[in-house]
Design a protein around this ligand. Structure first.
Ligand code: BG6
Length: 314
């Protein structure tokens, strides 16, 4: 159903602070201009595309080549990957990183508290989703634009609890297993100069080296194409960016995996929605539960995964 921007503004706008706008490609977005931060969240994908805390540049990166269309994911910001990460196992025709970043999410509320604003959007299963992913769910993304960016992704298994029986009884288990990511693209001055701290000693799969299992030694520097899902990484991660004289601290909740990605030269060239020369200006550090850290949620239960971002001078 097309989004009625005038009606959403009537219900949710906060004059001078939050309004629903027609964004790039005609897609609906919530634009925040609050004392503590400016920001934008597209209903397409429930996708944060910008967060500029007062006194800073935008902390998030968006490609100048992003394709702003309902059937394409936005390249940059914070795509929500759900309910699978990367290619779907045994089903390469399904969209990479799941369907959530390709759907129009619904606006639930916009609330102001002091200098910050919280926007809540949600996605529920519908007959179209059920054709390929037959589960009942409510996925809610609650995003606070303030001195910190707080992104809280809550999954609820909405299957009726009385339908849950053990598999041994011959009845279907209504638990849902899924992968999820807040696939944050950070804007950096020069990716070749950054350091990522907080992953030393962590086990990862090297997707640029036949998925070999490796262990991170010391801080992570980016010197080539980098594509690494790290496991058992619940601790905060710090992105030091000397060319922007700032450091970003990512604190996580309910997330056991972290993915670090930069496409470098050849892969950037191969992507239609990524400028050939844009790769030095971004680094993805993704709050996730993927692979062995996939999550299983019983009927009636919820699971929460959250990212807290802060910027400080370096
Ligand atoms: C990363 C994956 O998270 O996302 C990479 O680990 C992938 O393998 C990248 O290339 C971008 O994915 P997409 O589907 O947005 O092009």
């Amino acid at each position: 159903m097309p989004v009625n921007i005038a009606e959403l503004n009537r219900q949710f706008a906060i004059p001078g602070i939050a309004e629903v706008i027609t964004g790039s490609g005609g897609l609906a977005a919530v634009r925040i201009t609050a004392p503590d931060a400016k920001g934008t969240l597209y209903l397409h994908g429930g996708h944060v595309t910008s967060w500029t805390p007062a006194g800073n540049d935008d902390v998030l990166w968006i490609s100048g080549k992003s394709i702003w269309q309902p059937d394409k994911p936005i390249r940059g910001g914070v795509p929500i990957c759900f309910p699978w990460f990367g290619a779907r196992r045994n089903d390469p025709a399904s969209p990479a990183h799941g369907f959530a970043r390709l759907r129009t999410w619904e606006l639930e509320s916009i609330e102001q508290k002091a200098g910050a604003v919280t926007v809540t959007v949600f996605l529920t299963s519908d007959p179209d989703i059920q054709k390929t992913w037959p589960h009942d769910f409510l996925l809610r993304h609650k995003v606070t634009f303030g001195k910190e960016l707080i992104m809280s992704l809550e999954f609820k298994n909405t299957a009726p609890q009385n339908r849950t029986r053990s598999v041994s009884e011959g009845l279907q288990d209504q638990s849902v297993k899924f992968e999820e990511a807040q696939h944050t693209y950070f804007a950096v001055g020069d990716v070749r100069q950054v350091k990522v701290k907080g992953l030393a000693g962590a086990r990862y799969l090297d997707k640029t080296d036949n998925l070999k299992q490796k262990e991170q030694t010391g801080d992570l520097a980016i010197t080539a194409e980098t594509d690494r899902p790290f496991f058992d990484t619940a601790a905060p991660i710090i992105l030091e960016d000397p060319s922007k004289s700032r450091k970003i601290t990512l604190t996580k909740e309910g997330s056991r995996s972290t993915v670090v990605w930069n496409p470098w030269i050849a892969k950037a060239r191969a992507m239609a929605d990524f400028g050939d020369d844009e790769w030095p200006r971004m680094l993805c550090i993704e709050t996730c539960n993927v692979g062995v850290d996939a999550v299983k949620v019983a009927p009636g239960q919820t699971q929460l995964m959250a990212s807290y971002l802060r910027v400080d001078p370096l």
